[in-house]
Design a protein around this ligand. Structure first.
Ligand code: HEC
Length: 116
């Protein structure tokens, strides 16, 4: 009797957990894809498509490779500040992206550094 109840609970819970993990995983990849799309649309014009500053526009502005240790050693808070408020010739993106959008870009900066 007890085992029957137990397996009923398991049968009820397992699909829920599986569904939840699936939805969460989709959400995470969607968010990452979004951040990449935003970077491409809003940032790559200056920073280069991979953020590696190897475009003429980036070179003109003396930009650093966003993957470089120089940039990556900055804290999330510093990167957030730069992206939100801008710095020198870079405009701030707080208004257009919102706080969450800026946060996604900070995460994207870290992600860029990881892919080789
Ligand atoms: C109009 C050109 C321009 C655009 C568009 C732009 N940036 Fe920048 N970005 C700059 C410049 C110029 C600097 C260097 C600022 C400085 O030296 O203080 C910079 C610096 C940075 C830094 C700090 C790196 C460093 O060298 O210390 C980060 C991170 C960054 N940008 C991310 C972004 C992101 C993310 C976007 C898009 C949401 C973006 N930028 C869009 C011009 C731009």
């Amino acid at each position: 009797m007890q085992t029957l109840q137990f397996s009923r609970v398991v049968a009820g819970v397992v699909p829920l957990v599986v569904m939840f993990v699936f939805v969460a995983a989709c959400g995470a990849t969607l968010q990452a894809a979004d951040a990449a799309a935003v970077f491409k649309a809003r940032c790559s014009g200056c920073h280069g498509p991979e953020g590696n500053a190897n475009t003429p526009a980036a070179k003109n502005q003396g930009l650093k490779d966003l993957k470089s240790p120089d940039v990556q050693k900055k804290s999330d808070a510093e990167l957030h500040q730069i992206i939100a408020k801008g710095s020198k010739k870079m405009p701030g993106f707080e208004k257009s992206l919102g706080a969450d959008g800026v946060k996604d870009q900070v995460a994207y900066m870290r992600q860029l550094a990881k892919k080789k």
